[in-house]
Design a protein around this ligand. Structure first.
Ligand SMILES: Cc1ncc(COP(=O)(O)O)c(C=O)c1O
Length: 413
């Protein structure tokens, strides 16, 4: 009789693990009605106390330890807005990690800059500062580290590289709401931090984004680039720079404020459960948690990554492992499909009439990032953050599913 559920055995998990996502209650219902009935559906010409967008900007910036926040339409345009505020020029080179969502790099191309893709550190799956340093040329202007999965990057090493070469840093914090590096909120450490509030993120209003900074001049630039080139305090129909409309609506801010009121508690629950889960993983042959660096003072993960070691796991593939876990009732994922530069848009150079001045993007098809490739192909397993919003009995069931697959791995060969 087969034991594994994938072969017809009974499954380990036959109840809900964690929580459904998104989470909302009367806080959001009331706030949305309040916006509706107020007749104030957009922020207006600038920040004001009555505006939910302003309230969200101030509350989220403070939560992440930044002085200023500019709420925008989504996380991709948050990066574009940040690049514009940093005065990006055609052909400027910007260093990005291979392990990220493609928007980290496409946002660069959308403003005629060239993303230079580098490999990640296999210990924690974050951008490798040594690879960043090796990729710097006389055209490099900045680095966009991504706190991948919400795990804070090695900001000390990155800041030291940036300072010694005169580069700026945009922290792509799309996955890192509530995460902290050495006690400081992600997104408040570099020159600008950008966030996505898209549906799956640990703080969401369906679609949305925000840029954070501690620099008053950059805050003014972000405001202007998200607001059709207006300057704060100047007449409404006076426009100073060519810029788009990236404004967040009052509806989005109403929902984001509701989520923000729960973020601290959810972050603590995820941390507590993940710490317990990581201890359990260490007891199972063939899997292991990511190395947790001392600088990670809080990991409010978007994806929980752990490592699968095929050679210690009966030689089965990562895909077989994921399918067997799924059958046991544990939905695990593989992560992003490719290192970003292997997406057709890069390998086929499908960026249309982008103008890179006197510079040209590299032949991305030839750029190899072996650690990222190996991790995506064979090692990295992803669990969604919502699985960690329950209690320890959920963690025990998740561990039991992994243990069961390990104990019966012969059935998969
Ligand atoms: C790392 C990263 N950066 C940027 C973005 C873009 O955010 P959005 O989907 O809100 O445009 C995402 C979205 O998932 C992301 O994962």
């Amino acid at each position: 009789m087969p034991k594994l559920a994938i072969n017809g055995g009974s499954k380990v998990i036959d109840r809900q693990i964690g929580k459904d996502w998104p989470i909302f209650d009367d806080t959001e219902r009331d706030a949305l009605l309040e916006v509706l009935e107020s007749g104030r559906w957009w922020r207006g010409s600038g920040p004001s106390e009555e505006s939910k967008v302003t309230q969200f900007e101030e509350a989220f910036a403070a939560y992440q330890d930044a002085r200023y926040g500019v709420a925008v339409t989504n996380g991709t345009q948050a990066i574009e807005c940040a690049l514009k505020a940093l005065d990006i020029q055609p052909g400027d080179e910007v260093i990005v990690p291979a392990a990220t969502f493609v928007a980290t790099a496409t946002a660069c191309i959308l403003v005629n800059a060239i993303p230079i893709v580098v490999d990640i550190d296999p210990r924690n799956y974050q951008i490798d500062p040594a690879a960043v340093e090796a990729a710097i040329t006389d055209r490099t202007v900045g680095i966009i580290p991504v706190h991948y999965g919400g795990y804070p990057c090695d900001m000390e090493a990155l800041q030291s590289v940036a300072e010694s070469h005169g580069l700026w840093i945009i922290e792509d914090s799309a996955h890192a709401h509530g995460s902290q590096w050495n006690g400081r909120g992600c997104g408040s450490i570099g020159d600008i931090g950008t966030f996505s509030l898209q549906m799956g993120k640990t703080l969401t209003c369906g679609e949305g984004g925000i840029c954070l900074t501690n620099d008053e001049e950059l805050a003014k630039g972000l405001f202007s680039y998200h607001h059709i080139g207006r300057f704060e305090g100047r007449p409404f129909y006076e426009h100073h720079i060519v810029a788009s409309n990236l404004r967040m609506t009052e509806w989005q801010a109403a929902v984001a404020l509701g989520g923000l009121s729960r973020l601290e508690e959810q972050a603590n629950t995820r941390e507590e459960n993940a710490t317990y889960f990581a201890r359990g993983l260490e007891q199972i042959e063939g899997v292991s948690p990511l190395w947790r660096a001392d600088w990670v003072t809080r990991w409010n993960f978007y994806f929980y990554h752990f490592k699968f070691h095929s050679e210690q796991f009966g030689g089965i593939s990562k895909q077989q492992f994921i399918e067997a876990l799924g059958a046991e009732g544990l939905p695990a994922g593989s992560g992003h499909l490719h290192p970003i530069q292997k997406n057709p848009l890069f390998t086929e150079r499908n960026w249309g009439p982008a103008c890179f001045g006197d510079n040209e993007p590299p032949d991305y098809a030839k750029i190899e990032t072996p650690e990222c490739q190996r991790i995506l192909d064979t090692e990295g397993i992803v669990l969604a953050h919502k699985l960690f919003l329950g209690d320890k009995s959920d963690m025990d069931l998740m561990l039991e599913a992994i243990e069961k697959v390990r104990a019966n791995v012969d059935e998969l060969r």
